[in-house]
Design a binder for this molecule. Structure first.
Ligand SMILES: O=C(O)[C@H](O)[C@@H](O)[C@H](O)[C@H](O)COP(=O)(O)O
Length: 240
C-alpha cells in the first residue's frame, strides 16, 4: 500500500491528474485499452474537471478508455445525485470517448436487472483475464463506506457476485455497486480522501483492527494489484 499526502484538495487533484496521465500512458504501451471505474461523491469532481482541461486533456488517449462506475445511486440520470451525470458533466461530455465505451449503470430498469446486466457486461470484458480494471477510483465516506458498501450491510461481505443492488434504508434509496471480488482483482485501486471529517475513520481504516462490517473500506485489498491512498493533510491528521 502507498499513502501520498497533499496540502489540500486542489494540490491533491493536480497530483492525481498527473499520476493518472502517466499511468494511462504506461498501460497503453502494452495493451490497446484502458478500463477505469469512476467513483461518485464530491471529492473526484475537481479531478474530473482538471482532466477535461489543458494541460491534461490532450495527454490522454481518450478513444482507448473504457469507462465504468464503481457504484450508482438508483435515481434517474437527470437527477443531480446520479454519479454518471456528475462525471459526464465534469469530464465525459468534454472528451472524445466513443459512447459505446461508456458504461453507466442503468436506472431505467429494476435495480436487480440493472445489477445483473452490469455483472454480465463486466464478465464479458474481463472473464478470461486474471485482472479486471486497470484502475478503480474510490472515495470514502466519513462512516468508512466505499462504493455502495455501507457499514452494517451484507453486501460488504459478498465474495462471489461482482455486482449488487440493494435498498439502503438509511437513504431510502436503492444502490447499485461493484463488490470486493471484482475490485480486488483490479490492477490498481486508488482512494481519494480529503477533509478533517474523515480523519478519525481514515485512521481506523488504515491503522485500526480489521473490522469491515464497521469500516467497509477495509474490504478493499487488491490481490495482486496496487493500492494507493491519495489523501490531504486534513484527512491524514490522525495518522501515526
Ligand atoms: O455514490 C457514492 O456515494 C459514492 O461513490 C461513495 O462511495 C463516495 O465515493 C463516498 O461517499 C465519498 O464521497 P465524497 O467524496 O462526497 O466524500
Amino acid at each position: 500500500m502507498k499513502l501520498h499526502t497533499y496540502k489540500d484538495l486542489s494540490t491533491l487533484s493536480h497530483a492525481v491528474a498527473e499520476w493518472l496521465v502517466s499511468y494511462v500512458e504506461e498501460v497503453l504501451q502494452r495493451q490497446d485499452r484502458f478500463t477505469i471505474a469512476l467513483s461518485g461523491g464530491s471529492t473526484p469532481q475537481k479531478l474530473f474537471a482538471l482532466l477535461a482541461t489543458e494541460p491534461y486533456r490532450n495527454r490522454i488517449a481518450w478513444n482507448q478508455l473504457h469507462v465504468f462506475w464503481g457504484d450508482e445511486r438508483y435515481v434517474p440520470v437527470a437527477d443531480e445525485r446520479n454519479n454518471a451525470r456528475m462525471a459526464s458533466e465534469a469530464l465525459l461530455n468534454h472528451v472524445s470517448i466513443p459512447p459505446s465505451q461508456i458504461h453507466s449503470w442503468r436506472t431505467d430498469i429494476a435495480p436487480d436487472a440493472s445489477a445483473a446486466e452490469y455483472d454480465l457486461l463486466l464478465h464479458q470484458y474481463f472473464d478470461s483475464q486474471q485482472t479486471t480494471f486497470d484502475l478503480v477510483l474510490l472515495g470514502m465516506g466519513d462512516d468508512g463506506h466505499t462504493l455502495s458498501l455501507f457499514p452494517g450491510t451484507d453486501v460488504v461481505f459478498e465474495d462471489k457476485a461482482w455486482t449488487a443492488a440493494y435498498y439502503l434504508k438509511a437513504q431510502d434509496m436503492y444502490r447499485l455497486t461493484l463488490t470486493a471480488p471484482v475490485v480486488n482483482r483490479a490492477a490498481c485501486v486508488a482512494f481519494l480522501v480529503t477533509g478533517n471529517g474523515k480523519a478519525d475513520v481514515l485512521k481506523e481504516v488504515l491503522q485500526g483492527d480489521y473490522q469491515p462490517a464497521v469500516y467497509p473500506s477495509q474490504r478493499v485489498k487488491p490481490v495482486s494489484g496496487e493500492l494507493i491512498w491519495f489523501v490531504d493533510e486534513a484527512a491524514a491528521g490522525w495518522l501515526g
